[in-house]
Design a binder for this molecule. Structure first.
Ligand SMILES: Cc1cc2nc3c(=O)[nH]c(=O)nc-3n(C[C@H](O)[C@H](O)[C@H](O)COP(=O)(O)OP(=O)(O)OC[C@H]3O[C@@H](n4cnc5c(N)ncnc54)[C@H](O)[C@@H]3O)c2cc1C
Length: 653
């Protein structure tokens, strides 16, 4: 199914509505949206959408924009969007965003995200988008270095079968760590990774390229209702290659909660977990010597200090960072400072003799008489069967349950209890340039509101590097000139990220084609914590000197400190709401969907990470957490995998 010329014309008119020419402003970047011809890039993005259903929905939405009956459904008027005058189109766009039917809100949102993507990204560093000049966004610092690849990967030229002791599916925080521990014990290990092998020489530092080559589903995935955009790594090294290097250990209170929920006697709070935590912190080079704050983190720090709230420096798994290089290392670290599993555990595993297959999608787990005997993967055009004494699933919390479900394994808890740590943000406009894309990734945080209910649930404040695509896709639209001012004024924006520890959960189902469907609605309990986060973030940004604060709601709610009160802002955000496609959410941390526990009715794996229903089948990734970690989870995942793999090796080596 392809897009028709009429579909492309409807898209150009939508873009013209989102990005109109601003009267009186003749700058070159202020071309009317229709003249940008962003539709030329639409077929490419359309083809890259992760699921056929998404493509069908997109084409249908564009068709509805071009019909009077569609107008009735989308914005309550029997008129063709494509025939309307610009001001009528703007009113129709607002009506679509506020439509009570969620699928309409989801559709218009998805199209706005695609328009943003085509507006501010490029795959050619020599042809920067015109928007970059207005933002004074410099883009990548030249071409990537020529760095040889240190790990040998294998290909498959015909359907093949190989044998080993342990096959590990996925190579991120969990899989990479497990592969190294198993190899160190003398076991023959094979690693299958769905993503490619990208190293320094592939890190172009162009957003479209980085998302396309190193993020799950090209960064275009979301929950089934489109309410939470899903970001996860998909490359050799998984999320650890593109993440922000924050390396917090699991808090003691969370380890105790996990034992309580799992029904374990001191597994997470025991010595084994303690020594695994220490071991991964050491191997991944966690330190507090590389945390000089970016201007973005200085905003956070100033606001928090002025309010007298808790503030601390992030421990980070990065050694030898430089201020110049580091803002872009969420698209891969070119200078080898990030101690990802690619740079640590996977190297160890390779040196110990592990075999690696990339672009290898594991499809099914093979079993015989209740015991896992290997996996069947697709590598390029061929099947690769790996026969093994043990199978370790570490495909991440978004994919591991789907693998279990596709194979009819894991019991009824497989896919349940998905936690996402939903993140929303408030933006502050400052007189000074902040350049939120620049400087070290994440260096400051506040736990002041991490325990709002007396049981450890609340939110944390953090920042993250903000390159153009993120705000262009994430910031709401109220009218063309304001939207352009917000996005093109990116250089003056600071950000307070609200990272929620979600008490409640969603679940994962599998589609007919076997791919996972992530179902998650932020509960009213958790929405109340987000609401408190919005209020506190506004206080924070005002205390840091912001001249204007605005929310990440579908329509930005604005507050000028000194004029009116925070209550005015809250009245505005309350009116829009904190539910899906009302407030914008991203998930960087997915957890809990094949969790550990002693009861097979409510958990998938036991204290040794082995599935309750299938001997020899283990889960060692973020899926294992009994509840959300509350802190950024990489180190907790690596420690859980380290402990599980060490125990597995003791049993079978
Ligand atoms: C932008 C970003 C920033 C982040 N920053 C931080 C941070 O600063 N600190 C922190 O603690 N956490 C951070 N995180 C989260 C952290 O990186 C992840 O929680 C962590 O990497 C998850 O580890 P994992 O082993 O569960 O899965 P992953 O690291 O996601 O690895 C899973 C791997 O399995 C592969 N896979 C999936 N399906 C299959 C299949 N069927 N067959 C074969 N392979 C498959 C995937 O391609 C992927 O490479 C961040 C995440 C993102 C996206």
């Amino acid at each position: 199914m392809t897009l028709s010329p009429a579909n492309l014309r409807a898209f150009d008119l939508l873009v013209d509505t989102i990005l109109p020419a601003v009267p009186g402003d003749g700058a070159a970047w202020n071309t009317p949206g229709a003249d940008l011809r962003l539709s030329a890039g639409l077929p490419g993005v359309y083809e890259a959408l992760p699921h056929q259903r998404d493509r069908k929905d997109l084409a249908l939405f564009l068709r509805l924009l071009d019909s009077a009956a569609g107008g009735l459904v989308l914005f309550g008027r029997a008129a063709k969007f494509t025939n309307m005058a610009p001001d009528q189109r703007a009113a129709a766009l607002l009506a679509m965003e506020g439509n009570r039917v969620e699928i309409v809100r989801k559709g218009v949102r998805a199209l706005k995200t695609l328009a943003a993507f085509l507006w501010v990204t490029t795959d050619d560093p020599h042809r920067p988008p015109t928007a970059w000049a207005a933002m004074r966004y410099p883009g990548p610092d030249g071409l990537p270095p020529t760095t040889p690849k240190a790990i040998t990967t294998e290909g498959v030229s015909r359907d093949s079968t190989i044998e080993c002791d342990v096959v590990v599916i996925g190579s991120g925080a969990g899989g990479g760590t497990a592969a190294a521990a198993l190899t160190a014990a003398g076991l023959a290990v094979t690693v299958l990774e769905r993503g490619g092998y990208n190293n320094e020489s592939d890190f172009t530092h162009l957003e479209s390229d980085a998302y396309g080559s190193m993020y799950l589903d090209g960064g275009l995935g979301s929950t089934s209702d489109g309410g939470v955009l899903m970001l996860a790594g998909s490359t050799l090294g998984g999320g650890t290659v593109i993440n922000y290097t924050t390396s917090l250990a699991t808090p003691d209170s969370v380890r105790e909660e996990w034992d309580r929920v799992a029904g374990f006697p001191e597994v997470f709070a025991g010595d084994g977990d303690e020594s695994s935590l220490a071991s991964v912190q050491e191997r991944m080079g966690v330190n507090r010597d590389n945390g000089s704050p970016s201007a973005r983190d200085q905003v956070l720090e100033k606001g928090i200090r002025n309010l007298g709230w808790h503030l601390d420096e992030m421990p980070r798994n990065a050694v030898g960072c430089t201020d110049e290089a580091c803002g872009y290392c969420t698209m891969g670290c070119r200078i080898g400072a990030k101690r990802s599993t690619l740079a640590t555990y996977l190297q160890d595993a390779a040196e110990g003799g592990a075999r690696f297959f990339v672009d290898a999608v594991d499809r099914l787990i093979a079993t015989e008489t209740g015991r896992a005997t290997g996996v069947i993967a697709r590598v390029g055009d061929h099947d690769l069967t790996v026969r093994a004494r043990a199978v370790v699933l570490a495909a991440g919390a978004l994919n591991t349950p789907a693998l279990l479900q596709r194979s009819g394994l894991g019991g009824r808890a497989a896919g349940r209890y998905l936690r996402l740590h939903p993140v929303t943000a408030l933006w502050g406009r400052f007189e000074d340039r902040i350049e939120p894309w620049a400087g070290r990734l994440q260096t400051r945080y506040s736990d002041e509101f991490a325990d709002l209910d007396g049981r450890g649930y609340g939110f944390r404040f953090e920042t993250a590097p903000v390159h153009p695509l993120f705000p262009a896709a994430y910031v709401g639209w109220e009218n063309g000139p304001s939207f352009k001012r917000d996005i093109l004024g990116l250089g003056h924006l600071g950000v307070a990220g609200i990272l929620l520890r979600d008490r409640d959960h969603g679940h994962i189902a599998v589609r007919r084609d076997g791919s996972p469907l992530w179902k998650y609605r932020i509960s009213s309990f958790d929405q109340a914590h987000i609401r408190e986060g919005v209020r506190r973030a506004a206080e924070l940004l005002a205390a840091a000197g912001a001249t204007e604060v605005f929310s990440s709601t579908i329509r930005p709610v604005r507050w000028v400190p000194g004029q009116g009160t925070i209550e005015d802002l809250m009245a505005g955000t309350d009116a829009v709401g904190y539910g899906p496609n009302k407030t914008s959410y991203l998930s960087f941390h997915q957890m809990g969907s094949a969790r550990m526990g002693s009861d097979p009715a409510t958990s998938v794996v036991d204290a040794d990470n082995q599935t309750h229903d299938t001997a020899g089948l283990y889960v060692m990734d973020g899926s294992c957490f009994p509840t959300a970690s509350g802190v950024n989870p990489m180190i907790s995942i690596a420690a859980t995998a380290h402990r599980g793999a060490t125990r597995l090796a003791e049993r079978i080596a």
